[in-house]
Design a protein around this ligand. Structure first.
Ligand code: SF4
Ligand code: FES
Length: 378
């Protein structure tokens, strides 16, 4: 069957409940990473949901059918009530995963989190050595703290995953990152190529890899997966600007996950607010289940009624769902357009050429996110 020969199908049944919820507890963060994917306009601390409000969100999420709760940020450890929030979520039967830079965690706090029922910790690493990692995070001493956090996490028996964002300046260090993850006792490493959402777009020239680098990274991951089978699981998000097909972003819009921002807005994905014309409900005003099933933003791109050609008649439309709506908005100016990463998009060739040109450029100094970094690139 030809890729564009399947008839259009329309999804009319009630959507399944979400499996996972990402709770962005705060946008406050001690790091200043140049590839930060949080929105350009951050939520102020005074606007954040209170402890009681977050606990009510977790209660509703469990009732809705959510199984996995990702406690994220910004830096979630910036919330003084992190242990209380974790305990409440665990009490509702949610599997709790803390996504953290490690800054703000102490041995005592990790012990409290374990006692509160934390199930899993994902620790970001900005590089395999202190010299590299601290410059990327803009935080002197950050690497040493992360190594300590990994040890404390392992010490209390919480399973550990290491998150590593890869880009032009560190793709040659993937071997060292994998070795470090094993040394730290992680069971998984997630190697994600930088996504050019939010702040990262300002650092395109400093971060965009070349096609050759991406090919080398793909080959490395395939070989490392074989070599470390049974010891370390390697999750990998390849660079999509150099791909032929887009990723199935969020597994399909409004199909399996939702995000709650620090001030309680409920989003189908973390970058959804970049899409013009969508209205987002807030848990302060509307129940989570009602938002999931009936909210206009969640229903905007469910199923395939919204698709245009070439996606509408494409055999891959139930595999990649037309790619990423936020990327289509950013690159094609229309969230209903085919993601320009796709080889069938009229914008694909120009996108790939621009990515290669940026990849070959001499990297300029980073434009850091947020506060003045305590150490920086030259
Ligand atoms: Fe097909 Fe659209 Fe996916 Fe491209 S993005 S493979 S045209 S469904
Ligand atoms: Fe929003 Fe992909 S990041 S749909």
């Amino acid at each position: 069957m030809n890729e564009h020969s399947s008839p259009a199908r329309f999804v009319t049944q009630r959507p399944a409940p979400p499996i996972a919820m990402l709770a962005e507890l705060t946008h406050r963060c001690p790091l200043a990473c140049p590839y930060c994917s949080n929105p350009l306009e951050l939520t102020r601390a005074s606007e954040e949901l209170s402890t009681v409000e977050w606990i009510e969100v977790f209660r509703q999420a469990a009732g809705l059918g959510v199984l996995h709760l990702h406690l994220s940020g910004g830096e979630p450890a910036s919330r003084r009530d992190l242990v209380d929030l974790t305990r409440a979520a665990a009490g509702f039967g949610l599997y709790t995963n803390l996504i953290t830079s490690g800054i703000g965690l102490t041995e005592a706090r990790i012990t409290e989190l374990a006692d509160a029922g934390l199930d899993h910790l994902q620790l970001s690493l900005q590089g395999a050595t202190p010299e590299k990692a601290d410059v990327v995070g803009g935080y002197a001493g950050g690497f040493a703290r992360k190594i300590a956090v990994a040890g404390w996490t392992r010490g209390v028996g919480i399973p550990l995953t290491v998150n590593a964002v890869c880009h032009k300046q560190n793709m040659r260090e993937l071997e060292a990152m994998v070795a470090l993850a094993i040394e730290l006792g992680a069971r998984r490493i997630e190697i994600a190529t930088v996504q050019f959402h939010g702040w990262a777009e300002r650092n395109r020239l400093a971060l965009m890899p070349t096609h050759a680098q991406v090919e080398a990274a793909n080959a490395f991951v395939a070989e490392a997966r074989r070599r470390h089978e049974g010891v370390l699981v390697i999750d990998y998000v390849p660079a999509d600007h150099h791909s032929s097909y887009p990723k199935a972003c969020m597994g399909g819009w409004g199909s399996s996950g939702l995000n709650v921002t620090p001030s309680g807005r409920v989003l189908p994905c973390h970058a959804a607010e970049t899409i013009n014309g969508l209205t987002f409900d807030n848990v302060r005003e509307r129940g989570l289940a009602d938002i999931w099933y009936e909210g206009s933003a969640f229903n905007a791109f469910r199923g395939d009624d919204w698709m245009r050609e070439p996606c509408r008649s494409c055999a891959r439309k139930h595999i990649d769902h037309g790619g990423c709506r936020c990327q289509a908005m950013a690159l094609a100016g229309d969230a209903r357009a085919t993601d320009p990463v796709c080889m069938h998009s009229p914008l694909h060739a120009a996108l790939a050429a621009a990515a290669e040109e940026d990849g070959l450029a001499e990297p300029p100094a980073f434009v850091y996110r947020g506060r003045q970094p305590s150490i920086q690139s030259s």
